[in-house]
Write a protein that binds this ligand. Sequence first.
Ligand code: FES
Length: 79
Amino acid sequence: MTTEVVITATDDGSYRISGDVVVLDAAGNAFPTVAGRDVFLCRCGHSANKPFCDGSHGREGFSAVERAVVAGDQAAPTG
Ligand code: FES
């Protein structure tokens, strides 16, 4: 059975990955993760535990708030 993997770009923080996922290094070796728990990957570049987030984004003032544009939203009338 395959479960859906969901990646969320959190506001001012990491990528949260939910679902059955394996995180590999460039040599193909798996980083240890805990089954059933979300994985948080660093996207600020400041983690001392890459590729995982260690919370450094908060101390470093990382700022990134992306929103997906949903088809049709741009054509919706406003006001
Ligand atoms: S996103 Fe959390 S330490 Fe980089």
